[in-house]
Design a protein around this ligand. Structure first.
Ligand code: GLN
Length: 254
């Protein structure tokens, strides 16, 4: 399954955050250390980041492995941001390989990523899909389980849920109808919400910053693992972790 990461803090070059670390997303694309499912993450990648004074993030996504994109390495060296969400993808079998399926997905100020898979896709989510307004379904970003999960999250955000409540709600409703792995990552550039539901999730804070990632990108101190079945919410320097309501251990399949 995929690996993803979100960062909030002082602006730093994308290359320093994603490419330079010994076990960063670049290395995780071919040699992840903690991934529970899948081996390489070579089916595309994406980076979303916020620029000062603009609430809508920029995105750079490709359908090729991150290691094969020398143009990204160049851009990442000279692009800095204080709010980033990035992912490397291992496509679930049967799902499209196109760039449109590479996280992060975006809408307005939001960036979203899903690490995992929905069992029984697409039939298992027919009922939940039918609960969405047709316009939301027609606007799906890609033919992939993650895009429908994102549409469900967006619907909760539009209804007024906080980022954390929206993720927890969707994990709960999906887990109630089918199995799967539902590690989500969501940011609006000022806060991060993430779920650990079937795969690994870690966090680390530093002075005025926070990283939330599928796995530690170095062997330094300060990394903490989020227990399975939990929701993490964070702002730069502050972390809150709580169990996802109404989610039993059996409902997430590590
Ligand atoms: N199911 C999603 C996809 O196919 C996410 C895959 C993953 O986590 N590896 O893109």
């Amino acid at each position: 399954m995929c690996r993803h990461l979100a960062y909030l803090g002082a602006p730093m070059p994308l290359a320093e955050l994603l490419l330079a670390p010994a076990y960063g997303l670049l290395t995780q694309s071919w040699a992840p250390r903690r991934q529970r499912n899948g081996t390489v993450n070579a089916d595309g990648f994406g980076v979303g980041w916020y620029a000062p004074g603009d609430p809508v993030p920029a995105r750079y996504r490709r359908a090729i492995p991150i290691w094969a994109d020398r143009s990204f390495a160049d851009v990442a060296r000279v692009t800095s941001s204080g709010a980033v969400l990035a992912a490397v993808r291992s496509a679930t079998s049967g799902m499209t390989q196109e760039e449109s399926a590479a996280a992060p997905y975006a809408h307005g100020p939001w960036l979203f990523s899903h690490n995992g898979r929905v069992e029984g896709w697409p039939d298992a989510l027919e009922g939940l899909a039918a609960s969405l307004p047709p316009a939301r379904l027609l606007a799906l970003e890609a033919q992939v389980d993650s895009a429908l999960l994102w549409a469900l999250v967006l619907e909760r955000l539009a209804a007024g849920d906080s980022a954390g409540d929206a993720l927890a709600h969707v994990v709960g409703t999906v887990a109630a109808v089918t199995g799967g792995r539902l590690n989500f990552l969501l940011t609006d550039g000022t806060g991060i919400a993430a779920t650990a539901a079937g795969d690994t999730l870690f966090w680390r804070t530093g002075p005025g910053n926070v990283v939330v990632a599928s796995e530690p990108f170095d062997d330094g101190p300060g990394w903490h693992e989020v227990p399975d079945g939990c929701l993490l919410t964070a702002t730069a320097g502050h972390i809150d972790i709580r169990p996802i309501p109404n989610l039993t251990k059996e409902q997430v399949a590590p």
